[in-house]
Design a protein around this ligand. Sequence first.
Ligand SMILES: [Zn+2]
Length: 401
Amino acid sequence: MPERAPLTVNGRTYRWMDRPLAVVCVDGCEFDYIHQAVAAGVAPFFGRMLAGGAALEADCVVPSFTNPNNLSIVTGVPPAVHGICGNYFYDREAGAEVMMNDPKYLRAGTILAAFAKAGAKVAVVTAKDKLRALLGKDLDGACFSAEKADETQQALAGMGRPSVYSAELSEFVFAAGVRLMETQRPDLMYLSTTDYVQHKAAPGAKAANAFYAMMDRYLAKLDALGATLALTADHGMNDKFGADGRPNAIYLQDLLDEWLGAGKARVILPITDPYVVHHGALGSFATAYLPENADLKSMLSRLAGVDGVQLALSNADACARFELPPDRLGDVIVISEKHVVLGTGRSRHDLSGLDAPLRSHGGVSEQAVPLVFNRRTGGIPGKKRLRNFDVMDVALNHLRA
Ligand SMILES: [Zn+2]
């Protein structure tokens, strides 16, 4: 590719790729999944990347949920800038609880769209359809999901359309990615999987190792095709159940109803989306809208005193600390401890679909994620703390030739 002027997107500058770049967001990938699969001998290519490429630790965005992090990765900035801070929010202007997966809620352009506009060939494949429209905003290029793949896209992947609750949904993404690299050789490709397996299987478990072995085969193919590989995750994953195998949940709406009167406060769980079977809409991050006459300070100290609550912060403090958009969160933000989740009312969570003890995410405890490349870096100056949304910066600006 001829030398082209670097692109500036959302205040950050990116050099052009010297070979095709495949950025992979492995949904729910703790580093330990990779280490355990390598140790078990089922992921030799991951082993080669850890030894001969670059393997760095990074922090994801809190709330450690899928959409805020995917959007940070493709925009290079935190939710305070791009606006997507959950799957779901309370729109104060509209006075309604709404899904946040409409592209109109995205406040920043993507690096993908910017490269496509400047003449790069760009392709995006996601597992779940909920991300497709956001990732594909203003994008001139291929952009489709495994969940809603049409016949042409199914033929491309060499697979029929998989169930939305399956490991195959993610395999479809990799199969399509490899075929796209073989047939169309995009300059920039973004692949985003689903955390179905990680919600059920801990690092080193049989199903987890099988999933990483599957990924390993496709990543090795992309590497053999000459692509730069940049892999990160949207969040980690932890056990969230007690000794009895039942979810360790704090039901916040029930608590606030007891303290303030029924229905006076409104609890929003930004993990809520149409695919709640594997986590029952229980995660480690919640926000609540309080009635006007509520005493914020005393509410915060009462919430902070609840067993299992790690942080209870005001809107201003939480948005400053986690770089979030204040207008899309409530008056208080609550984050639970590593093995605890937050719910609304006990009766509002259908846990009948949970066929394995609950594993989930959303909190600070799921913030550590991998940043893995199949090439060494030449050093990353001026960065004390890497973020998952530095992945494009490292891949384009800081890898050795
Ligand atoms: Zn996720």
